[in-house]
Design a protein around this ligand. Structure first.
Ligand code: PHE
Length: 345
């Protein structure tokens, strides 16, 4: 190589490359010798200014210098990268004797455990599961259930109104009317589990959203004995063979007669204690014989058909079943609460 300047650049580059210890050093070399603003690039732009007879040789020398420096930098760069990787691997040894990370599977909310159990019990008795909308019309939530506009019974079931005619259903009973409409005069034996809403201030025993399981049987010759036997079987399957039930007279506009059903208190066995407020019994549900007006309004002749219906609060059953002290716990998703219901493997 004849050009002194190029010789000098190459020499200096060789020294710098040889002295590079890290990939950062070599990146600096790349910058210094090959970047657009480097001395070598400056030399390239000189080529065009030379007389034609000198151009070829000088151009070749510049090109040669550049290739040589590029090759050396790439070589060194690879070497340093390998070295650094090796050092990193040596430092980051994995301790295969460490225990694995524990997987922490969730647990089912007791609400769903109890809901499924309740459904199973009724399926075992030959009921089918029906469904209905949570956003209901006034007609289905109230009127077809014998609760006309301005009926005082509406006070007990204040709810969230979407507009003048639509609301969040206050009970699962509107599904009675939907089912009768669909069955169009044929016998019925359904349950309907679902969400319900009321305008309540939330506290330990009230929740603006809760859930019920509705039951409806319509056929010829259905009497209150059928209602009692069905609910007695449910109570025993759900709470244990020793439980007795008691029917107390009550009032619902859509059943006549209406009953409130109590079970004997598990805590005292019926003698009377704090839990049952001294009565020996705990209320679990409401029901009754389907009111003739309801049968008539929904297409059944009350002279020929009769039926019974009931509505059970799912949270209430879960609360009694597990001794839960606050209804809000079903909805708060606190894992300390939920993990108590983890299935033992
Ligand atoms: N719908 C009633 C309630 O929510 C319960 C009920 C259902 C009563 C069916 C009688 C028959 O309070």
């Amino acid at each position: 190589m004849k050009n002194e300047k190029l010789q000098q650049i190459l020499k200096s580059a060789l020294e710098d490359i040889a002295a590079s210890q890290t990939s950062e050093d070599i990146a600096n070399c790349r910058n210094k010798y090959l970047a657009k603003k480097s001395e070598l690039s400056g030399m390239s732009s000189l080529i065009g200014t030379l007389p034609p007879e000198e151009r070829k040789d000088f151009g070749a020398e510049v090109f040669q210098t550049k290739s040589e420096i590029t090759r050396l930098i790439e070589e060194k760069s690879k070497e340093l990268q390998n070295k650094e990787l090796e050092a990193k691997l040596a430092k980051e040894t994995i301790d295969i004797s460490l225990p694995g990370r524990e997987l922490n599977p969730g647990s089912r909310n007791p609400f769903y455990i109890v809901k499924d159990e309740m459904i199973d019990i009724f399926l075992g008795m030959g009921f089918e599961v029906a469904d209905g909308p949570e956003v209901e019309t006034d007609k289905f939530n109230f009127e077809l259930l014998n609760i006309p506009q301005d009926h005082p019974a509406r006070d007990m079931q204040d709810t969230f109104y979407i507009n003048d005619t639509e609301l969040l259903r206050t009970h699962t009973s509107p599904v009675q009317a939907h089912t009768m409409e669909k069955a169009a005069g044929k016998p019925i034996r359904i349950i309907c589990p679902g969400k319900t809403y009321r305008r309540d201030d939330d506290d330990a025993t009230h929740s603006h959203q809760f859930a019920q399981i509705e039951g409806l049987v319509v056929d010829k010759d259905i009497n209150i004995g059928h209602l009692k036997a069905t609910l007695e079987l449910f109570a025993k399957r759900m709470f244990g063979e020793k439980r007795e039930i008691r029917l107390r007279s009550s009032y619902f506009p859509f059943t006549e007669p209406s009953v409130e059903v109590d079970i004997t208190c598990a805590n005292c066995g019926g003698k009377g204690c704090n839990m049952c407020k001294g009565t020996g019994y705990i209320e679990i549900l409401g029901g009754g014989m389907v009111h003739p007006n309801v049968l008539k309004m929904n297409g059944y002749d009350p002279e020929q058909y009769s039926g019974f219906a009931f509505g059970i609060g799912i949270e209430r059953v879960a609360i009694l079943r597990y001794g839960i002290d606050d209804i809000r716990k079903f909805y708060q998703n606190d894992v300390r609460f939920l993990h108590q219901f983890k299935k033992k493997a």
